[in-house]
Every structure is written in C-alpha cells, then in structure tokens.
Design a protein. Structure first.
Length: 475
C-alpha cells in the first residue's frame, strides 16, 4: 500500500491510531503516549481523541495518569497492569479503588503482589463482584518473607468465572477453584497453588476441551488418587500443545498423564520431573502408552525415529511422533527407564523405531546413556556443539574400543549416521583415528560389522583430502 503525498498524516485516523498502538508499552504506556503527542499538534489530537490508545493502564504511571486513561478510554475495554515494581505513590489498594468501578470494562487484569497481611482485603472488587468481560486474569504473589494465608480466596463473589475468560494464571495464591466452574480456557497456569487437589484439577480439565497450554508446577496437593482412578473417565484435550508438570509428586504426574487424552494432535510439549520414579512403575507405562498413540492417520506421521538429547546433567529431551518430553531426571538409568516405558507402550511397533542419540553439555557416561532397552536400537549419533572436549574424547574411545571378548558387541554396533562439528585440527585427527580403529581393524572379524552410511561434518575449515580419507575408511 502506498502512503499519500502528505505521508502518515494522510492515512485514515483509525489506521494511524492502530499504528500508534503498536508502540505502546504494557508496563509503562504513559511514556510512549507522551512521545507521540510531542511530535506535532495533529498527532496530539490523534492520541487525545482515540479511546483505544488509553486502554492500557499501568500502576507504574501513577494515579493521575491512571485517572486520565480511565476517562479518555471512554467506555472501551481496558487492560490493567500492577507490575512487580510499581511507583511508590501507587499501592495496591489505591490501584484497585480506581479500577473497581470499571470492572465491567476489564478485559485483562495482571497483578504482581507482594505478600503483606492486607493484600487479601485489597482485592475486594475482584473477590466480591463478577467481571463479565474478563479474558485474562494473572495474579502473582511475589514472596517477600511474609507467610501466605492458608484461607482460600473466593473470586467473583462465588459466581462462576466469566465465559469470556481464556487465560488464568495463579502463582502462590490460595484460590477456591470449585466455585469458578471454569470453561472455555485456552491457557491455565497454576504454580504453587496449595488449595487445588487432583480431583478438582481433573474436573476443571474436563470442562476445558479447548485448552492449549497447561502448566501445573510445584502444587503439593496434586497427588495420586489410585482408589478412585478406575472410576475416572478419560479427559480429551484435542488442542493441547504444552503441558508442564515440574516439581510435582510422581503419583500426581502419573495420574494426570494417565487420565488425559490428546487426540488429533500435531505437536505436544510435556515437561515433567521424573527423578526417583520407580523403574518398575507400570502405571507410567500405561500413561506413556496412550500419550504416544494417536488418531492421526499413519501417512501423516513423521518417520519412526526417537530423538534422545542429553541437554544438561539433570535434563533430557525425548521426541517422538510430535510429542516432546522435556524431563528432569536423576541420571542415565532414569532415561533408560523412560525409554523402556515407551518401548512397552509401543509394543511390537518398537522394533521398527530407531533411536537418535544427541549428546549436549552433560557429564553423563556416554556408554551408560547409550544402553537403551531392547528392542530399541541407536542408529544415529549427534555430538552437539555444546559437548565438552573431554566428553568427545571419552565417546571416541568407547567407539574405537575393540570388543573383549571378541564375541561381544561393539559400542553402538548398528550406528548408521554420525553428525559432529570440528573444533580444532586435533579433533579431526581424533575422529579419523577412531574411524580407523573401528572400521579398519587388522582382522576382518575384529572390525565393526556395520559401516557408517552417513557422516555430517559441521564447521570448518577442513584440511584438503579429509572427506576423501573418511570415505575411504567407512565406505
């Protein structure tokens, strides 16, 4: 679209105001509004006359600007923000007093609260009055050494949450969830909410089929409900794409995974804490089974490669068929347990799946990490750029070590592809030395029986003849 001869001012007023809205900062909108109004008289008129430019209201700007914005927004829906470090002249009580009479206009409310004894009473409009048009509600309690009241807060005067509510985030705040009768949520984030139990959570999820993001971190009452588990009907979440279960009780993690279904998914990311989980935990096997089974037609599925990436000393990522498990684990053996659950869940199909092992920054033993449970087999190996030189050297030694006794297998005997980056000339020499020991042994019976089919050499520059030398060893 071409701009008229008189530039930006020649555009329709509505379009100009929409452009101006793009520069409004949610934390400090007053600064950008002032800058726009100082450009020229016409821009000042645009800003003053546009109700939409005054709908973002932050306590950071002080009460005078807040009152001006409430007036200039002229009945439009408003977005309210009480940030972590508001100006010293505006406390929570004053902010809520000004905003309370406009509660029918609230579109979003974000509160970052410290925890003095009076903050419960300061939320009176939110706890006693329905907010019929609220779409986003986020309340964070910033712990400051005060104890948090154990008495749950009842929102909206005990009435159900508005049907317009799409995003609910509660962090360290005791809220009575049962009266809310939540439905229509797209995002639900509950962190350190001590008042929610597993049955209450499952009931909420049952009423939110459109949920896309679910974060449930560090909630102590989300525990196992084994005595009731057989009576729970599976909960379908067909649009879920992100699930976080960090720092939860293992029984609660298993219960949640076992009772949700994610049909027709394209990509789902699940984050969970799997430390100290029983290696023989059959409930986890059943949970993993249904998570990885899908209603997507087989033709639409990616190739059956299970990607296992060791990212840090206590973290790994497992990716398979558009499911991404970001797991906190306590060592290489726990990764083996999880792959065992996956293999059990896939049944006969597991024999057709190859494993792609990716080594990142980690001090794990490469040999123990590579001990995947049968019938899974590692066929692809990547050494990422973050892997240390010591780890790379240990991995090369393991790959080059001749089996003893000869009847035993080589390390990663069926590896077909190798991907790595050259850091130094010395690392190039280490690679070629490893390949010769592995694939050019003096006696044919002492060589690795399967040659590499693919090598990716990232980085450079490479010395002349290196590629030809590697081809001569492995092909």
């Amino acid at each position: 679209m071409s701009i008229p001869g008189d530039g930006l001012n020649g555009l329709p007023s509505e379009l100009i105001c929409n452009i101006f809205r793009l520069v409004i900062n949610f934390v400090d909108p007053r600064k950008e509004l002032c800058r726009l109004m100082l450009v020229c008289r016409r821009w000042r008129e645009y800003v003053e006359d546009s109700a939409l430019l005054w709908t973002t209201i932050s306590a950071y700007d002080g009460l005078p600007h807040m009152r001006r914005a409430l007036k200039n927004s002229r009945g439009a829906m408003i977005d309210l923000n009480f940030p972590v470090s508001p100006s010293s002249t505006v406390n929570l009580e004053a902010f809520i007093v000004e905003a309370g009479p406009h509660i029918p206009r609230w579109r979003s409310l974000i509160l970052a609260l410290h925890s003095p004894p009076s903050w419960e009473s300061a939320l009176a409009p939110l706890t006693t009055t329905p907010a019929p048009n609220l779409q986003i509600l986020k309340i964070f309690v910033v712990y400051s050494g005060h104890s948090i009241s154990a008495n749950p807060i009842t929102l909206f005067g005990g009435a159900p949450a508005p049907s317009s509510l799409k995003d609910l985030t509660l962090h360290h705040i005791p809220v009575a969830v049962e009266p809310l009768s939540l439905s229509g949520l797209v995002l639900l984030s509950l962190i350190e909410v001590y008042t929610i139990s597993t049955p209450q959570l499952l009931e909420i999820l049952r009423g939110c089929p459109g949920l896309e993001t679910l974060r449930l971190d560090n909630n102590p009452r989300l525990t196992a409900i084994e005595s009731q588990a057989s009576n729970i009907q599976p909960i379908e979440l067909p649009t879920l794409v992100s699930l976080s279960l960090k720092r939860l009780d293992n029984g609660g993690t298993n219960c949640i995974l076992s009772n949700i279904r994610i049909p027709n998914r394209r990509r789902v990311s699940i984050r969970a804490d799997m430390r100290q989980v029983n290696a023989r935990s059959t409930p986890f096997t059943s949970a993993i089974t249904h998570i990885f089974h899908t209603t997507i037609p087989i033709a639409d599925l990616p190739s059956s490669i299970i990607r296992v990436e060791a990212t840090r000393d206590d973290e790994c990522t497992i990716k398979f068929r558009n499911i991404e498990l970001e797991l906190v684990v306590d060592g290489e053996d726990r990764v083996r347990d999880i792959l065992g659950w996956l293999a059990d869940g896939l049944g006969s199909e597991a024999a057709e799946c190859s494993v792609h092992l990716i080594h990142g920054w980690s001090r794990w033993d490469p040999v123990r990490l590579a001990a995947v449970p049968p019938p899974l087999v590692i066929k692809h190996l990547t050494i990422s750029d973050s892997a240390s030189d010591l780890f790379r050297e240990a991995l090369y030694i393991a790959l080059a070590r001749v089996p003893d006794p000869p009847s035993s297998d080589w390390f990663l005997p069926q590896i077909e592809s190798l991907s790595l980056r050259f850091q130094t000339t010395e690392s190039q020499k280490q690679l070629t030395s490893m390949l010769r020991n592995r694939y050019e042994g003096g006696k044919a019976e002492l060589r690795c029986p399967m040659n590499l089919r693919f090598i990716e050499l990232r980085g450079g520059p490479r010395p002349e003849g290196l590629v030809e030398e590697i081809k001569g060893i492995t092909w």
